[in-house]
Design a protein around this ligand. Sequence first.
Ligand code: NAP
Length: 331
Amino acid sequence: MASIDEPVRWGILGTAGIAASAFLPALREAGGGVAAAVAGRDLERVKAWAGVNEVVRGVRGYEAVVSDPEIEAVYIPLPNDLHAEWTIAALEAGKAVFCEKPLCTTPEETERVLERAHASAMPLWEAFVFPFHEQMVRVRGSLADGVVGEVREIRSSFHFVLDDSEDIRMLAERSGGSVQDVGCYPVRLARLLFDAEPDLGRTIADAAWAASGVDEELWGALRFPGDRRLVFSCGFRAGEDTATLVLGTSGEIRMTNPFHPEPGDELVVVDGFGTRTEPAAPGGVRSFTPAIRHIHRALRGLEAPRHLAVDDAIGNATAIAAVLSAARARG
Ligand SMILES: NC(=O)c1ccc[n+]([C@@H]2O[C@H](COP(=O)([O-])OP(=O)(O)OC[C@H]3O[C@@H](n4cnc5c(N)ncnc54)[C@H](OP(=O)(O)O)[C@@H]3O)[C@@H](O)[C@H]2O)c1
């Protein structure tokens, strides 16, 4: 094992927008890691991208990073249809993996990847970063303390306008669609806060379909044990919105952005004592930073790994498959 002070050497697969806008700035903010290499399909483009984004080397072909003995952890921000293949390749090459959400787009593929993760004994995280946020720790603590009584309903949305029919999110062959891209967040949130799996036989969903065949907007409800429910909507047609309400028997919690809180986002708790409003992201920490810090500490043996894909990814993939199937059944 590397010494505690040695930075984690990351390799990135693909010159992705999210790697430049979120992962790399957070890696610099987190400390304890270095972006050692990025791989891309085009050598000139990847070299230029590495220069602009302060990655040590740009190399052609994802295999070059996966097989590089100097790389310890691999970040995979490829289109959804490539996550499984490259996650397996990186795990089997002995790397820790931080793969973008959704890890896979079917339960069957998720099972296959998790089996390979288990066999490789390497840690695998699906890049839902919000369970690591201070906001989520506060919300879960308040719910455990019964601050709003028993949670009966979660209402959560994730929308933004996407006006590019060539974007990977709009392409069926890239496993796009709004529920895989953003609807997966309310589902993950409800499973986390209810600490239970939904009764998928009772799933309600409907969608607006793009010409490519992907869901451009999707809305519905998942029923959890005890008649509790998630009511959610997601899509690419409405302005940016991540408003979320956790409704309890004696109060409620409202979050303007439970998923990627920024300065200006708020956490509001309404209980028997009144209404308290707090900043959702105190200190302005970047959304990916707490997760990356955790991965660094876990890889150096300073913390037990938390929120691993093996604990969670199959539940999300199964719920999303049920939601899509319910929406498709409506035509
Ligand atoms: N966790 C989050 O908050 C968050 C936010 C945004 C996106 N994401 C996820 O991150 C992933 C990437 O999203 P993004 O918006 O960053 O996408 P993007 O900018 O389109 O980047 C995807 C990269 O994949 C590579 N690629 C390989 N085959 C490709 C193909 N056939 N078509 C297009 N690109 C291909 C490309 O890099 P090269 O050409 O250099 O190989 C491309 O730059 C998705 O899974 C998405 O769900 C997560």
